[in-house]
Design a protein around this ligand. Structure first.
Ligand code: PLP
Length: 362
């Protein structure tokens, strides 16, 4: 890591791979021999269209996305898709199933309820969102337009270790905080969507991966830039896309590929998570409330035995070059987000800091 930089544990916008930022910096004033920044180039230019297509092609390779899926680069963030999905996949009066496992699935339900009847098949709120439901412990409504779940709940650090089996009911996944973190079988999903600003690039873009048979059913009220059919037909350029973000996503996808793809990312992420949870579990001073089989590889919330020291912990960590460790404002405590770009050395530096903090304050 460049000595100018810190280990940034933010949940998003989050740390990005340094080689990607270095390349973007080197090309900032003169992209592709154009004498312009990529930000100044027309999205209709041959060069940018090629750059956008290459980003998509690389993502397809990295995630092994089957040919019968479209990849869309949309605006409005992942939150936008809480409305975009029901607008595209349901008709008025339809029912939609949800797995309520955290704050983000709760927001998804609230938004979707404007368009459909929502059914939470499980509600993990009474247990403070500390686990995911075991596979097979809930009954999918066969008439549901789709089932929406959140494979990784960013705020509470709760992650599914399995993909729910929904039979013929399309499975919709909000993969915002875990996309590209490990291998996955895209063919099990109807729609995958993910905000870019955690494992993919800067904010301002939402990647939507949608199976062909689910395209073309949008309600007439659907804004055109969110209509999957219109956007697929226009290669996501019905209107002006966030060009810089799209370019940077392409660089990140190449970086993931160069690291060895999702298998290598998964091994690295597991090693990072194991190190941090192992340390927390072995300490009497730190604790993580999540059931071990439901713990996130990406977001690790933790508490200290003396909560009055939370602010001191966060401030001293920042002084040591370990930034953005405060927990989400709704839950308090601490949270370390350890996305793809966080190296094992960063996690090790955090563990060393935690040990020292416990020694002096424990
Ligand atoms: N879903 C999850 C799991 C998230 O973590 C977030 C943002 O942090 C969102 C949705 C909302 O994404 P956006 O801010 O891109 O709209």
């Amino acid at each position: 890591i460049n000595p100018m930089r810190v280990y940034n544990f933010s949940a998003g916008p989050a740390m990005l791979p340094e080689p990607v930022l270095a390349q973007a910096q080197a090309e900032l004033l003169d992209w592709n021999g154009s004498g312009m920044s990529v930000m100044e180039v027309s999205h209709r230019s041959k060069e940018f269209v090629a750059c956008a297509a290459e980003a998509e092609a690389t993502l397809r390779e990295v995630m092994e996305i089957p040919d019968n899926y479209k990849v869309l680069f949309l605006q409005g963030g992942a939150f936008g898709q809480f409305a975009g999905v029901p607008m595209n996949l349901s008709a008025e009066g339809d029912e939609v199933d949800f797995l309520l496992t955290g704050d983000w699935s709760a927001k998804g339900i609230k938004e979707a309820a404007k368009y459909v009847t929502t059914n939470a098949l499980v509600d993990e709120k009474p247990g403070n969102y500390t686990k995911v439901p075991p596979a097979g412990s809930y009954q999918v409504n066969p008439n549901a337009a789709y089932l929406h779940y959140t494979p990784n709940e960013t705020i509470r650090g709760v992650e599914f270790g399995y993909v729910p089996d929904t039979g013929d009911v399309p499975l919709v996944a909000d993969l915002s905080s875990t996309i590209l973190s490990r291998p996955m079988d895209v063919s099990k999903f109807g729609v995958i969507f993910a905000g870019a600003q955690k494992n993919m690039g800067p904010s301002g873009m939402c990647v939507v991966i949608v199976r062909d048979d689910l395209i073309g059913r949008a309600r007439t009220i659907t804004p055109s830039p969110w209509d999957y059919a219109q956007m697929a037909a226009a290669d996501s350029m019905l209107n002006t896309p966030p060009t810089f973000g799209w370019y940077l996503l392409g660089l990140v996808y190449k970086w993931v590929q160069a690291q060895g793809g999702l298998t290598a990312m998964g091994e690295r992420n597991k090693a990072k998570a194991d190190a941090l949870y192992g340390f927390i579990d072995g300490s009497d001073f730190y604790s993580n409330p999540v059931q071990p089989d439901s713990r996130s590889w990406m977001n690790v919330p933790f508490l200290i035995a003396k909560p009055e020291l939370d602010k001191t912990f966060v401030a001293q960590a920042a002084d040591a070059g370990l930034t953005n460790l405060a927990g989400h404002r709704s839950v308090g405590g601490m949270r370390a987000s350890i996305y793809n770009a966080m190296p094992l050395e960063g996690v090790q530096a955090l563990i060393d800091f935690m040990k020292e903090f416990e020694r002096t304050n424990g």
